[in-house]
Write a protein that binds this ligand. Structure first.
Ligand SMILES: C[S@@+](CC[C@H](N)C(=O)[O-])C[C@H]1O[C@@H](n2cnc3c(N)ncnc32)[C@H](O)[C@@H]1O
Length: 230
């Protein structure tokens, strides 16, 4: 099936520059967050078990702390992020990482046992997210798993709302944050050929931005066995 013209890649320059500007501060603020997030660690452990030592990419990996946790679990973890500054932070954690865009992944077809995409789809429009789900389905091997996380709302925002930030962590930024509706994301992922295995909705943990969050565990189904001629 012909994919739409790569949407977004060029228009993501402001996001890239913004995350480059805050990469070090973000790492300092978030880089050890998993220590106090047993539920997030448990989800990652489940993904690791499903991927049994295969290659798992963290898409929108930020400073690479999630990918490092995956590697500790026993898979071959790598990172992809729009921001070269974030990729450098991930490399500093020992995570092989490359700059790339969710709508045009620098990964071969069917090359991954699994992938994680936490709080990165929130920067894409609905049209771009549809392309990103297509890309996830393209790079996963049949039977592979994807674990996606996003914000769904907070005191001022509901699913579907967009918040624009002009300053973050003491730096001028140009970032759009979309609060996503889990049912719409599941439908978009399923349109790309992914199948929902599990969904977890949770409240913010202490120290986090006070938003509600949703985690989707998705699978690329194996093709049905071909019927041999009788
Ligand atoms: C909120 S941070 C999340 C980082 C990390 N996944 C985490 O859970 O802490 C969003 C990350 O997504 C990356 N990002 C934003 N838009 C992207 C895109 N179109 N393609 C790839 N990465 C993107 C940013 O550079 C940033 O590192």
């Amino acid at each position: 099936m012909a994919r739409p013209e790569r949407v977004g890649a060029a228009s993501h320059r402001p996001s890239r520059q913004s995350y480059d500007a805050i990469a070090a501060s973000y790492d300092e603020a978030i880089g050890d967050e998993l220590n106090s997030k047993p539920l997030d660690r448990a989800l990652l452990a489940a993904l690791v078990e499903r991927c049994s030592g295969g290659v798992v990419a963290d898409l929108g990996c930020g400073p690479g702390h999630v990918a490092a946790e995956l590697a500790r679990g026993g898979v071959v973890a790598l990172g992809v992020d729009l921001s070269p500054g974030m990729c450098r932070r991930a490399l500093g954690r020992g995570v092989p990482s490359a700059a790339g865009d969710l709508v045009d992944l620098p990964l071969a077809d069917s090359s991954l046992a699994g992938l994680v995409c936490w709080y990165a789809l929130i920067h894409l429009t609905e049209e771009e997210r549809a392309v990103a789900y297509d890309e996830m389905a393209r790079v996963l091997a049949p039977g592979g798993s994807a674990l996606v996380a996003f914000h769904t709302g907070d005191a001022e925002a509901r699913p579907g709302d967009c918040r624009r930030l002009e300053s973050w962590m003491g730096e001028p930024v140009e970032l759009s944050f979309y609060f996503l509706d889990p049912a719409r994301e599941i439908a978009a992922a399923e349109s790309a050929g992914l199948r929902l295995t599990a969904r977890l909705d949770r409240l913010p943990a202490g120290g986090e931005h006070p938003s509600t969050r949703s985690y989707l565990l998705l699978e690329l189904p194996e093709p049905p066995p071909s019927k041999s001629a009788a």
